[in-house]
Design a protein around this ligand. Structure first.
Ligand code: ZN
Length: 185
């Protein structure tokens, strides 16, 4: 679990480090606020996607299921700055589907921790394959990284796009094309 006291100490040190006075009025509550915020931003570390993805319903089709434009917010592990955007998920059921909100919940489980976008994309796809056992899964993330836009090379609006394909999506390019058409790309 998250150690709030350690985070508060670290934030106080950081404030001193940048030349601030942690005792001034505006900053007095900041270490505690950040510690509480960390519970939310990094809460996915203590959650398991299996909880969401193992509640399945039986179906007798194996038609593609696509959930697009799932908003997500994550934190890049290199700068501890946000990256955020949209997730698009497709899978080919093999007798089982999940409630659509469970796909969004799965994105949350892996987004709410320190991440690298490529890894986040793969972890969502792997969880779908492991806990739902579809014939295939495809995850696409489009995100803007604050570490690219407010610092460093400062390219606001630039999007990083990542893709993870598993199962039949790896072997059947027509399925991938179908996915892109369905999400309007
Ligand atoms: Zn970064």
């Amino acid at each position: 679990m998250i150690d709030q006291k350690k985070i508060e100490q670290a934030v106080r040190l950081m404030l001193v480090g940048i030349g601030e006075d942690p005792a001034r009025e505006g900053l007095r509550g900041t270490p505690e606020r950040i510690a509480r915020m960390c519970e939310e931003l990094f809460g996915g570390m203590h959650e398991d996607a299996q909880e969401h993805l193992s509640r399945t319903f039986s179906v007798n089709t194996s038609e593609i299921v696509v959930e697009k434009d799932i908003s997500f917010y994550s934190m890049c592990e290199h700068h501890i700055l946000p990256f955020y955007g949209k997730a698009h998920i497709a899978y080919i059921p093999d007798g089982k589907v999940v409630g659509l909100s469970k796909l969004a919940r799965t994105v949350e489980v892996f987004a709410r921790r320190l991440q690298v976008q490529e890894q986040l994309t793969g972890q969502i796809a792997d969880a779908l394959m492991e806990y739902m056992q579809p014939k295939g899964a495809l995850v696409m993330l489009e995100a803007e990284h604050m570490c690219m836009t407010m610092r460093g090379i400062k390219k606001p609006g630039s999007q990083t796009i990542t893709l993870a394909k598993r199962g039949v999506f790896e072997t059947d390019p027509a399925l991938e094309e179908r996915f892109f058409r369905m999400i309007g790309r």
